[in-house]
Design a binder for this molecule. Sequence first.
Ligand SMILES: NC(=O)c1ccc[n+]([C@@H]2O[C@H](COP(=O)([O-])OP(=O)(O)OC[C@H]3O[C@@H](n4cnc5c(N)ncnc54)[C@H](OP(=O)(O)O)[C@@H]3O)[C@@H](O)[C@H]2O)c1
Length: 282
Amino acid sequence: MKILITGANGQLGSEIKRIASAYPRHQFFFTDVDELDITQYSQVADYLEKNQIETLINCAAYTAVDKAEEEEKKAEVINGKAPGVLAQALKERGGKLIHVSTDYVFNGKTYHPYKEGDTPNPETAYGRTKLAGEKNIREQNPDAFIVRTAWLYSEYGKNFVKTMIRLGNEKNEIGVIYDQVGSPTYALNLAEAVLTLADIKTRGTSIYHYADEGVCSWYDMAVEIMRYKQFDCKVNALETHQYPTPARRPPYSVLNKSKIKNILANDIPHWRTSLLKCLENL
Ligand SMILES: NC(=O)c1ccc[n+]([C@@H]2O[C@H](COP(=O)([O-])OP(=O)(O)OC[C@H]3O[C@@H](n4cnc5c(N)ncnc54)[C@H](OP(=O)(O)O)[C@@H]3O)[C@@H](O)[C@H]2O)c1
């Protein structure tokens, strides 16, 4: 199968690149904004036609959650409008779309793991723009999987794990929020999950939730990183109001994954096992 990866220089795209050789039956095309801007319909349609793309995995996004509060229009073009562009181009050609969305489409105030059918109610600009992207895909109803994920990290790009390693090297004491919980997700595991979906035939658009197994707070994750790296850095547990940020993140950002578990070949790894694997690779 000919598979196009957009936004391929980001965390998820880089992980797909890393494991692509384990899928020799597929031919991969990796692009990022310099080569293929997902907001531009004609660029996308031409690329699909020229390379006879059968499946497009969209890893491109505007992911600066706090900055999006002041740049919502810019985020909306990439996260909201562009997925509709991809859906339209693929529908016209007859290809499949795998699009990645976020737990932040929920406000995280109902304290139960969110199912795919729960009503989204984002409270951040980033969450609103990602929800707009989902709606724009669903309006076109191409053959598509929308995969909502959470708290991504990897060896690539900017993420919480790399920030903690930097702070562990620089400081003796830091404060990290303990009253926001979620499921840290190694982008490598998500990459494997989306490549499983690439092999599954589908009609119309459906949503799946994928995150690594288990739940923790940012504080728990930071403690685990400092312990594994043997940093002499004390981690203090903070309440959200003690570390104000422009975007108000969901306090309970946990996804129910029973739907995707029915189609994945392997069990979903626990976040701690995955985190240690990433730390070993770093
Ligand atoms: N990171 C998380 O914690 C998290 C959590 C939940 C869901 N997600 C979702 O998971 C997906 C993958 O996230 P990620 O962390 O891998 O993202 P990322 O590291 O920020 O990578 C996104 C990539 O898309 C590129 N891009 C931006 N605008 C583009 C455009 N118009 N056309 C083509 N490429 C463009 C970016 O380039 P520049 O760097 O040059 O802008 C970057 O290389 C995204 O859909 C994200 O919303 C992420």
